[in-house]
Design a protein around this ligand. Structure first.
Ligand code: CA
Length: 296
């Protein structure tokens, strides 16, 4: 077996987030959008200044994405809301799980056509209690995958014909055939099995070579995989055990940004990883793609 590539990320924001998640790069503002789920914060980190602006929301925040209107679409404990950054105003849109108060939204991302895909998680981690939804720009919402436990990473293949998806407790990355015209998915199969000793697959992104970057919760790392073979290609070491998600950012999308968490770690564990909850970054020589805003 060929040796894997290895890198080490640096902490670029010692945020001490409870549950840092959901990073995406906003090219117009040249900032990293990310959230702290359990602190109900939407954050914009500016790598040029080191500043981090935060917006406190009324409920837990799973993920936020930019929209073509210039505001943010946020998947929260109480469904989908719009956040106007200039005023901080929060406008509820709809909640497909209004009848499931034990769930909150978790990870999400827009597909190449600008539809927003976001999945849920049960606070008590009941297996199969969650779902993956698709919110269209028309604001029609549809349940796309049911019997989910911890809906997490999403990525689309470079040709736009495959959706990659992580339901964390399965320890797998699965693939679906994806129809960009209709937004339909079919033919679920497993493409990557993450060995138990590496950690649990969480957030995910894709690079310009079509390889998948998967954050491993409990694994102190982000890993790079070949979706065609299931082979592990590389590992980014992170000084935080609960590595949660990643995205490419910077003007040429050549910086991998990584979020992490402090939640569930006792004071002894935190003393060994004081940067837990920070945002990390690394140049790996690989580049990603611009994130697609909601609505087109
Ligand atoms: Ca996650």
């Amino acid at each position: 077996m060929a040796p894997i590539a290895e890198w080490t990320a640096s902490c670029v924001l010692d945020a001490k987030a409870t549950l840092g998640e959901g990073p995406s790069w906003l090219p117009e503002r040249r900032v990293l959008l990310w959230v702290d789920i359990e602190s109900a914060l939407v954050c914009l980190f500016d790598p040029a200044t080191g500043g981090n602006r935060v917006w406190k929301l009324p409920s837990h925040v799973g993920v936020a994405v930019p929209t073509v209107r210039g505001d943010l679409l946020v998947a929260t404990q109480r469904g989908f809301v719009r956040l106007e950054l200039e005023t901080g105003s929060v406008t509820p849109l709809l909640d497909p799980e209004a009848d499931v108060p034990g769930n909150r939204f978790n990870d999400g991302k827009c597909d190449p056509q600008g539809r927003f895909w976001a999945g849920s998680i049960a606070y008590d981690r009941t297996p199969g209690a969650a779902s993956l939804y698709r919110l269209d720009p028309s604001l029609d919402v549809r349940k796309m995958v049911s019997q989910v436990s911890t809906s997490n990473g999403l990525a689309w293949s470079l040709d736009g014909k495959v959706l990659y998806y992580i339901d964390t407790p399965t320890r797998r990355v699965d693939a679906f055939d994806f129809d960009g015209g209709s937004g339909d998915i079919a033919n679920r199969r497993t493409i990557i099995k993450v060995p138990e000793d590496l950690g649990k697959p969480d957030g995910m992104t894709i690079d310009q070579e079509g390889m998948l970057w998967v954050a491993l919760w409990g694994g102190w790392c982000v890993t790079r995989w070949n979706p065609a073979t299931g082979e592990l290609l590389g590992k980014v070491h992170v000084a935080a055990e609960r590595t949660s998600s990643c995205c490419f950012g910077g003007d040429s999308h050549d910086m991998l940004y990584i979020t992490s968490a402090r939640t569930g770690l006792d004071s002894e564990a935190l003393s060994r990883q004081p940067l837990a909850g920070g945002v990390f970054a690394v140049h790996t020589g690989h580049r990603g793609l611009p994130c697609v805003p909601f609505g087109g």
